[in-house]
Design a protein around this ligand. Structure first.
Ligand SMILES: Cc1cc2nc3c(=O)[nH]c(=O)nc-3n(C[C@H](O)[C@H](O)[C@H](O)COP(=O)(O)OP(=O)(O)OC[C@H]3O[C@@H](n4cnc5c(N)ncnc54)[C@H](O)[C@@H]3O)c2cc1C
Length: 348
């Protein structure tokens, strides 16, 4: 593991609790590397309800979910955590020396003093196209996310879904595609009304087609991908020749690799104590929605508290000799220096 990133703490999950964990560790002088399988920070807040207002964050009577994430990112900036997105943590292995080898599906490796699992309800996985044999064509002809729009230009596209992702990509790709068909099981959409209206204009102008129906089976030319067969509401079948299919059916959380790290689980959550928020393996902590203990409530507020206490426990795990005492950000020059807000002494 010569290229492993050496760090005091790896945080698995960059939802609100993982982000705030960076802050609490930073205040105590510890550095963290944050890893998330999604391409952006924010966890459920960003992925599931970015526009919704939250009313139970202390001292913020109302705060948009994405706004909360943006504020947390601003708050943790002084601590310069390493951030790795689009990286699912697949293995966490405790070594004989008490440190941890952590690896991601994308090939990143860490040599970490401790691990904090802030994995929420697990890593979000796209809901797949429910047709036989689709696995063989995923990421070559069938896609659940767009990494680069250009690869879809000039192609015959079929897009599935009725939410914002489906409509946004329909509008973005319609003028660049050779042809584009949007397929949704009904003619009502969850997406923003303005996007739906724009899509209907494109249909009226003959720039794309809308089909009401569901995916029935793949069309193949020998082994080659040739398109998709659609089943309409009345049961009739229709064949759509296509080069690429994009399916936006939303994401569902999956505990995923976390379940395989030999940690004690209770109803798909990691059992922790309420002093350190440590799992059944010393040196591995868990905060936020992923953990459970008597009285646990899956609230952002609870995760913030857990992150503060876990930071002290992590410091003790890494530096058992170090004396611990409580300092206030209001009055502690050391913390203020870490936060980058310390006043320069006069004459400097
Ligand atoms: C619609 C809705 C409304 C809500 N409203 C409120 C509210 O008003 N107030 C409130 O307090 N709470 C609310 N919640 C709950 C709140 O969103 C959660 O409590 C909070 O998001 C938990 O934060 P977290 O950081 O623990 O986990 P999450 O936000 O779930 O983030 C976990 C992150 O870990 C990542 N991850 C998981 N496994 C891996 C892995 N193996 N490798 C890499 N990354 C991984 C995931 O991709 C995800 O980004 C609401 C939830 C929903 C769905």
């Amino acid at each position: 593991m010569s290229s492993a990133i050496n760090t005091e703490v790896v945080i698995v999950g960059a939802g609100p609790c993982g982000l705030f964990q960076v802050f609490e560790l930073g205040l105590l002088g510890m550095k963290a590397q944050l890893v998330d399988s999604l391409l952006h920070p924010g966890g459920q807040c960003t992925e599931l309800y970015p526009e919704k207002p939250i009313y139970d964050i202390p001292a913020l009577p109302v705060c948009g979910a994405q706004e909360l994430v943006d504020r947390l990112l601003q708050q943790i900036k002084p601590f310069h955590a390493g951030m790795h997105f689009g990286q699912e943590v697949t293995t966490v292995h405790k070594r004989a020396d008490g440190r941890f080898d952590v690896a991601t599906a994308g090939g990143l490796t860490f040599d970490a003093g401790t691990v904090v699992i802030a994995g929420g309800v697990g890593s979000f996985q796209p809901k797949r196209l429910g047709v036989e044999g689709v696995e063989a064509y995923e990421n070559s002809h069938v896609f659940y996310r767009v990494r680069g729009a250009a690869e879809f230009h000039g192609k015959r596209l079929v897009i599935f879904g009725g939410g914002d992702s489906a409509l946004d990509w329909t509008l973005a790709l319609a003028e660049h595609a050779q042809s584009l068909t949007l397929v949704h099981r009904r003619a009502e959409f969850r997406a923003a009304p303005a996007s739906v209206a724009r899509m209907q204009e494109l249909v009226a102008a003959g720039q794309m087609t809308f089909v009401e129906g569901t995916a029935e089976s793949l069309l193949r030319n020998g082994e080659a991908f040739a398109g998709i067969r659609i089943k309409a509401a009345d049961g009739s079948l229709r064949e759509l020749a296509a080069d690429r299919v994009l399916a936006f059916f939303g994401l569902h959380p999956k505990l995923g690799p976390i379940a395989e790290w030999n940690l004690e689980l209770e109803k798909k959550a990691l059992k922790v104590d309420t002093e350190k928020f440590q799992t059944s393996v010393p040196g591995i902590f868990a905060v936020g929605d992923i953990n459970t203990y008597p009285g646990k409530k899956k609230l952002i507020l609870s995760g913030f508290h857990e992150a503060a206490l876990a930071a002290f426990a992590i410091q003790h795990y890494l530096y058992p000799e170090k004396r611990q005492f409580l300092q206030y950000t209001t009055t502690s020059p050391v913390m203020q220096k870490r936060l980058g807000v310390a006043e320069e002494p006069a004459g400097h």
